[in-house]
Design a protein around this ligand. Structure first.
Ligand SMILES: C[S@@+](CC[C@H](N)C(=O)[O-])C[C@H]1O[C@@H](n2cnc3c(N)ncnc32)[C@H](O)[C@@H]1O
Length: 281
């Protein structure tokens, strides 16, 4: 029997998403957040996330042991039936210059079956240095929707103008003051610091995502009560944010150690009755 944890509307399943996703077809998810294995063998790219004393030992960096494209084709096909007609999928990735199998390779697979909406650049100020090329400071998030009637709550993720800009814009007769007061569209370039090795938020996963990043996606792409599915759950960032924001969530994670960290994270949030944390808005 597969192991799983359920607390209210949040479920975490320990297992392989390729085996579990068929049972979630027609579950009417409004949003899928897919942060798949990086397919990266070069551990040094993630040294910021690993305690110094562990840098020279072998760590599981989402290393992938099967054909990356065939695997990606499988999970993409399995995720489309879980979405509502107005549902979206956000896929994390980068450009992996060494192995080549990366988000760039996934884009045509996604585009074949879904409508392309945005390619978001997640810019972070922190990361490792390089002498051989410009040091990397971004990752990409591809947004695709099942139809053109996708959910997009722009007002819920607008950024406030600073006081000086606000006053100038409010005096500008060409601009609608009501829209100005709501704040600006955060654009498709998001500035969010990556979780540092010693950050309080870090739970031991090398590619754990900041809650504030996931929060923006969930607020923009769902309404309270909607279902979010995360097939590559890691240490449970998506279900943690869903719990705080009152969204339902089903998360799958293959690695029992990460699954257990995610379960403990959810239990802690539930026990502390945490409801709102400051996010990006
Ligand atoms: C990039 S990480 C996700 C990190 C996550 N977003 C977080 O913030 O913690 C990808 C995760 O997918 C898991 N994984 C890889 N293949 C999987 C599969 N077939 N089914 C379920 N999980 C898988 C890995 O163990 C890894 O934890």
């Amino acid at each position: 029997m597969r192991e799983s944890f359920k607390q209210k509307d949040i479920e975490i399943i320990c297992g392989d998403c390729i085996e579990i996703l068929p049972s979630l077809a027609n579950s009417n998810a409004t949003l899928v957040i897919a942060d798949p294995p990086y397919n990266v063998y070069d551990v040094s790219q993630f040294t910021h996330a690993v305690p110094f004393q562990r840098r020279n030992v072998e760590v599981d960096f989402d290393r992938h042991d099967v054909d990356f494209l065939a695997f990606s084709q499988q999970w993409i096909s399995l995720l489309i039936p879980v979405l509502t007609a107005n549902g979206s999928i956000f896929v994390f990735g980068g450009v992996n210059y060494k192995q080549g199998n990366d988000l760039i390779a996934l884009l045509p697979l996604l585009r074949e079956k879904l409508s392309f909406i945005n390619l978001i650049v997640w810019h972070y100020p922190n990361g490792s240095d390089s002498r051989r090329f410009f040091a990397n400071r971004y990752e990409l998030i591809a947004w695709f929707a099942r139809s053109r009637q996708y959910v997009f709550n722009l007002d819920d993720v607008r950024e406030s103008y600073d006081d000086e800009t606000l006053q100038i814009y409010l005096k500008d007769k060409r601009l609608n003051p009501e829209t100005v007061k709501k704040g600006r569209n955060p654009t498709n370039v998001w500035h969010v610091t990556r979780i540092g090795g010693n950050a309080k938020e870090r739970l031991g996963h090398p590619t754990q995502k900041p809650e504030s990043l996931i929060e923006r996606i969930i607020k923009a792409g769902t309404n309270p009560g909607d279902l979010v599915i995360d097939p590559f759950g890691g240490v449970g960032t998506t279900p943690a944010v869903c719990m705080r924001l009152g969204r339902r969530c089903i998360t799958i994670e293959r690695n029992p150690a990460y699954y257990q960290v995610a379960v403990n994270r959810l239990k802690n949030i539930f026990n502390s009755k945490e409801t709102q944390k400051p996010g990006m808005n």
